[in-house]
Design a protein around this ligand. Structure first.
Ligand SMILES: Nc1nc2c(c(=O)[nH]1)N[C@H]1C(S)=C(S)[C@@H](COP(=O)(O)OP(=O)(O)OC[C@H]3O[C@@H](n4cnc5c(=O)[nH]c(N)nc54)[C@H](O)[C@@H]3O)O[C@H]1N2
Ligand SMILES: Nc1nc2c(c(=O)[nH]1)N[C@H]1C(S)=C(S)[C@@H](COP(=O)(O)OP(=O)(O)OC[C@H]3O[C@@H](n4cnc5c(=O)[nH]c(N)nc54)[C@H](O)[C@@H]3O)O[C@H]1N2
Ligand SMILES: [Mo]
Length: 646
């Protein structure tokens, strides 16, 4: 077995542009002028030889709204394609798709503060204590104010420790659980008949759909005792106000959008939406992943979440930008990797994403990236993806070195400001994109980030009322904010409660979705269910957190419950071989009673030491394109003593 270097890799900031003439050569330092010209030339050549759709942009969910606006404008105006996407695809795209289908808008319905003033909080597939610690402070205040909390998670997480009841379900059985909760509510006569009648459609079909999901059948499929399911149903239906929050435990499945619909159904059944203190909340991942989508850095929406297929929207942007916009959706991140496989995608401009380590089945992802004709990476660190590039452009860090705005999960747009001096020759993301645009014949004059924001405001009605001055004055504003005087409501869809049908608008349809177990089945060869996720002390692919030297830094482990550790005869710290149908990694064991027999947990935080995504399966949600990071089948083997020593 190959000897492994386990010393943490150190990431230092990129300080000057790097280029190389061929992929076998090392990078050499270049002037900005040379690097920008090379980046632009490659894009021009690709477009001339293979057409606009051979290009794709990955836009940074950590950078500002203004940067995301400019990145999607570059894609649509300079390159002539809608192929722009970001890590939203790996994460909450199912939430956006599910919320849009139900309510016509992809945003979470409530504000953070509302969990402080609610009666019941359900944390469903969300470990907010680790992954959303600021939101979790509001949850704790809610609990102190008397709210009850339920947690639905295969692991007894740090979040679940705070709950009155933990429902430890089998991975991928959220639809059976949600349907059983729905059925129980209907059978107990606790559904909100007036709200259902007035504000929803499809109830009869929904009632029929959930009818087979008795408590005892759901207990068999989910592994949760029937009494606990019944208790959740009654608590949710009888609460005066209730907040249903979910994250990746729901979305990172091959049927993520269906999972989201199944949860939204419960809010429609009980009327827990569109009122202060009652709503549905996907807690978004990156600091500005909500804003990136709002700015149009997604393949199906123009800025302001305006549908590309709607001719009126296109015409508005075509006039403003002086260009034609292709009247079709572009490629999602998932489609892009598929298109690389077939040679249809030839050039990628990757800004602040690390797909070589964050995509499911990373060996396959790396092979596909390597086949590109032209890869430009613009980042603050030399990532694994950057190492594969032709041109590397050093950017400033949006959260500390750049002016602009970002938008959080409660749709609040807030100002960020440059507080630190960027290292070396690093330049702002927006400047770099504009320099490349200029070399391709588009000379945009943005004096500063506010000029970009004002262009967006003029084109997106929901942002029009948010001038920089007003954002400053109110410490951020939530969209939709169409008016320069009136302050926006803190929650969405109050309209559903209006008695006048005109004001009420489109009713919310129940989602008719069926249980569909994980694609990667466990069997005798791969008997363990692996789920992957996060820890409090590290961040995503570890680029921004992996290199810190601290006693808290544990590095990667494969976590097992005590019973399984005993069954495999392994102890804490012992190296094991972990294999899936895609690949094999070696990792030390951690034993944690928060897990249940047959379940293992790993993170994505230390891919330079243990590349967990070699194990995960690229089985995607057909609606949202999100991969099933939460359910792989693995086998664990003790290593022979000699292998451990090497
Ligand atoms: N400290 C820290 N915070 C972060 C990040 C980080 O890397 N580190 N990353 C940010 C990003 S990009 C995101 S998207 C968010 C993600 O935030 P979360 O989604 O809360 O984080 P995860 O740990 O990926 O997954 C949440 C939970 O889903 C559970 N789960 C797994 N399978 C299932 C299932 O089938 N059903 C249910 N109900 N639950 C299941 C897991 O056990 C896990 O506890 O965090 C953000 N915040
Ligand atoms: N196994 C497994 N894999 C997963 C997941 C999982 O739960 N399990 N979760 C998925 C999810 S939810 C996500 S969001 C993805 C995350 O996947 P990625 O977004 O690919 O990974 P990050 O590590 O967050 O990469 C962020 C990059 O942005 C750069 N950056 C930060 N700020 C700036 C800036 O201002 N400008 C520029 N130009 N660059 C900047 C950082 O240096 C870093 O290289 O991973 C996905 N992969
Ligand atoms: Mo994410």
């Amino acid at each position: 077995m190959k000897k492994r270097d386990r010393t943490p890799r150190t990431y230092t900031r990129l300080t000057h542009p790097l280029v190389r003439d061929s992929r076998d050569e090392p990078f050499r330092r270049a002037t900005w002028d040379e690097a920008l010209a090379r980046a632009a030339d490659g894009f021009r050549r690709t477009r001339e030889a293979h057409g606009p759709d051979a290009f794709a942009m990955l836009s940074c969910a950590r950078a500002t709204n203004e940067m995301n606006y400019v990145a999607q404008k570059f894609t649509r105006v300079v390159m002539g394609t809608n192929n722009v996407d970001s890590c939203n695809r790996t994460c909450h795209a199912p939430s956006v798709a599910g919320l849009s289908a139900a309510f016509g808008s992809g945003g979470g319905t409530s504000s953070y503060e509302e969990v402080e003033h609610t009666d019941l909080i359900v944390m469903w597939g969300s470990n907010a204590r680790f992954a959303h610690p600021i939101f979790f402070q509001h949850v704790l205040k809610g609990i102190r104010n008397g709210a009850r909390m339920y947690a639905v998670d295969p692991r007894r997480t740090s979040t679940a420790e705070w709950a009155e009841s933990w429902l430890g379900l089998n991975v991928g059985t959220d639809i059976p659980l949600a349907h059983a909760v729905g059925r129980e509510i209907i059978h107990a006569g606790l559904h909100n008949k007036a709200f259902i009648e007035r504000a929803t459609t499809g109830f009869a079909e929904y009632a029929e759909l959930v009818e087979p999901w008795t408590l005892s059948l759901a207990e068999k499929v989910t592994g949760i005792p029937a009494a606990a399911i019944r208790d959740l149903a009654h608590a949710y239906a009888t609460a005066e106000r209730a907040q249903l929050c979910w994250t990746l435990g729901i979305t990172e499945h091959h049927n993520g959008t269906d999972n989201v619909r199944a949860l939204i159904n419960l809010s429609l059944l009980t009327g827990h939406v569109g009122r202060y203190g009652s709503g549905v909340q996907p807690l978004r991942g990156q600091n500005n992943v909500q804003g990136g989508g709002d700015m149009g850095a997604i393949p199906n929406r123009l800025p302001g979440f305006q549908d590309i297929l709607d001719a009126a929207h296109r015409v508005k942007f075509e006039r403003a930008w002086g260009t034609e916009i292709p009247p079709r959706y572009g490629m999602t991140l998932t489609d892009m990797f598929e298109a690389m496989e077939h040679g249809d995608l030839r050039a990628v401009y990757c800004i602040g994403e690390n797909p070589a380590q964050s995509e499911a089945d990373s060996e396959q992802a790396i092979r596909r990236l390597a086949a590109l004709d032209h890869l430009v990476v613009q980042d603050i660190f030399l990532t694994k993806t950057a190492e594969m590039a032709d041109v590397i452009l050093p950017a400033t860090a949006a959260w500390a070195e750049t002016d602009g705005t970002t938008t959080n999960s409660e749709r609040r747009v807030q100002r960020v400001r440059a507080a630190l001096t960027p290292p070396g020759e690093a330049r702002e993301d927006i400047d770099i994109i504009c320099e490349i645009a200029a070399r391709l014949g588009h000379d945009w004059k943005f004096a500063d980030s506010e000029a970009v924001w004002n262009e967006l405001r003029a084109l997106s009605p929901g942002h029009f009322g948010m001038t920089y001055d007003r954002l400053e004055e109110h410490q951020g504003l939530q969209w939709p904010c169409p008016d320069l005087e009136v302050l926006p409501s803190s929650f969405l869809h109050g309209r559903l409660w209006e008695s006048d049908p005109e004001l009420r608008g489109r009713p919310a349809p129940f989602g008719i979705v069926a249980h569909d177990p994980p694609v990667d089945l466990t069997d005798d060869a791969y008997p363990i269910r692996l789920t992957t996720g996060r820890r409090l002390d590290s961040y995503n692919t570890g680029v921004q957190s992996g290199s810190f030297a601290s006693p808290l830094r544990r590095g990667e482990y494969v976590e097992l419950c005590p019973e399984d550790a005993e069954r495999y005869g392994v102890v804490v710290g012992e190296q094991v071989r972990v294999s899936s149908r895609r690949g094999t990694v070696v990792a030390p064991v951690w034993v944690d009673p928060a897990l249940r027999p047959g379940l293992a947990f790993m993170t994505m935080h230390f891919p330079d030491e243990v590349d967990t995504n070699q194990l995960t399966i690229e089985a995607n949600c057909p609606i949202a394109g999100t991969a099933e990071f939460k359910a792989s089948a693995i086998r664990i083997e003790k290593l022979p003593v000699a292998a451990v020593r090497s």
